[in-house]
Design a protein around this ligand. Structure first.
Ligand SMILES: [Zn+2]
Length: 418
């Protein structure tokens, strides 16, 4: 009874969310293309029609590719679960490894994750070399693409394998409350990663050089001091090695905090604008957005693991999702694959929380730097990144971590007229 209820719920939800995603994507494409012929009035002075049309074509090309990916991902998920794919992977490894459940489990999970990423690979390739290439954003060579892929896989393996083995061991050996111990290990691992990432992992992919421009450095350091922010240095990242998109970010945790500017950002914005962008990023820190996000993530993973701790003992959980030989590792991979389908509907909530944070950071920037300069910087970034100025509002509500350009800029403009 529970088995067929779960199967029915999962299949219906997978179909419904896939249709919603396709519908949202089509809305976005239509909306962007319908507004292609004229630049929104707030931007007429700064964004030429040609750039606006490029942004429209770029977003619709990316969204169209996204539509194809949505369908393929849904089919793959159905094939792995109710289609018996995971069970088949498990059976195959069982033939090779009869005992040693933990090693077999790790191999089954890695195989399933490998298959999923293999399916995503052509999409990523097409996005970078065909779409970004056509619009003049891509700077990657084929060689770099595959080197990155190998490096990412190795880093993933080196960091992921130990945590996977620990997880499987805890599930097998620590009794009823394994999920709580795993949650502690997982949380510690995540905090460790935050500390280790900027100094050890990011440099594997990009070059970080200390900011050399003395005038800019003085300006930024005085802003940092004014805002009471201590960092481990200002760095420039060679973002231009891979793409023409510009950005700036803070990274790290506690004493390993760094300010990182993409070289592409520094080359396009003037000192005032860079200061305003940095003030926005500082706003995120001052409002504890990073810490809040981490605490929220810990809360969600605790709930998820507690739920898994219960599901792992329910026969219908496995059977309802196409698995006939229950085991700890099958419960884990099933849960990892299936939970996004159930979580899709709370997406607008998460996105709206993130957009609220952006407004708070903009507010902070307007008070500690010049809102006018932030507007100028944002307009330049929208233009140079070919971000659409006219997103569909529903699509935006589901997917956008940042508020639509027009809303964000009109809010910032209000500070300057006060
Ligand atoms: Zn932000």
């Amino acid at each position: 009874m529970m088995t067929s209820t779960l199967t029915l719920t999962f299949v219906s939800l997978l179909i419904i969310t896939t249709f919603i995603r396709i519908w949202l994507g089509s809305r976005q494409i239509n909306h962007v293309l319908n507004h292609r012929s004229s630049v929104p009035s707030a931007f007429v002075e700064d964004i030429p029609l040609e750039a606006h049309q490029k942004a429209a074509d770029y977003s619709s090309a990316k969204t169209k590719l996204g539509l194809a990916e949505i369908v393929v991902q849904a089919l793959l998920l159905a094939a792995l679960t109710i289609g018996g794919g995971l069970q088949w992977i498990d059976d195959s490894w069982r033939n090779i490894l009869v005992d040693q459940e933990i090693i077999r489990g790790a191999l089954v999970i890695c195989t399933a994750l490998f298959v999923s990423s293999l399916i995503d690979l052509p999409f990523e390739y097409y996005k970078i070399f065909t779409i970004d290439g056509k619009f003049g954003f891509n700077k990657m060579t084929l060689n770099m693409f595959f080197t990155d892929l190998v490096k990412h896989s190795l880093v993933g393996l080196v960091l992921g394998a130990p945590i996977l083995f620990v997880a499987l061991w805890l599930m097998q050996s620590t009794g009823e409350y394994w999920w709580f111990y795993l949650w502690i290990v997982w949380s510690v691992f995540n905090i460790l990663m935050l500390a280790v990432y900027p100094t050890f992992i990011a440099p594997l992919f990009n070059k970080f050089t200390p900011l050399a421009d003395e005038a800019l450095k003085t300006r930024i350091e005085s802003l940092l001091t004014k805002c009471g922010f201590k960092s481990q240095g200002l760095f420039v990242m060679d973002g231009s090695a891979r793409s023409n998109h510009g950005n700036a970010y803070f990274t790290g945790f506690g004493s390993s905090k760094r300010v990182v500017f993409f070289d592409t950002l520094l080359s396009r914005l003037n000192t005032d604008e860079i200061e305003a962008v940095l003030a926005h990023e500082l706003g995120h820190f001052k409002h504890n957005h990073v810490v809040k996000r981490i605490i929220m993530m810990f809360g969600i993973s605790l709930l998820g693991l507690a739920l898994l701790g219960w599901l792992i003992n329910q026969a219908w959980f496995y059977q309802g999702l196409g698995v006939t030989t229950p085991s700890h590792y099958m419960a884990l991979i099933l849960f990892l694959l299936v939970s996004p389908v159930f979580l899709f509907l709370i997406r607008p909530l998460m996105a709206s929380y993130s957009r609220k944070n952006e407004f708070e950071a903009d507010d902070y920037a307007a008070k500690h730097a010049d809102a006018n300069h932030l507007v100028k910087a944002l307009v330049k970034l929208y233009r140079d990144n070919a971000s659409t100025l006219t997103p569909d509002s529903l699509h935006s509500a589901f997917y956008d971590s940042h508020p639509p350009a027009s809303i964000r800029i009109s809010k910032l403009a209000a500070y300057t007229t006060d």
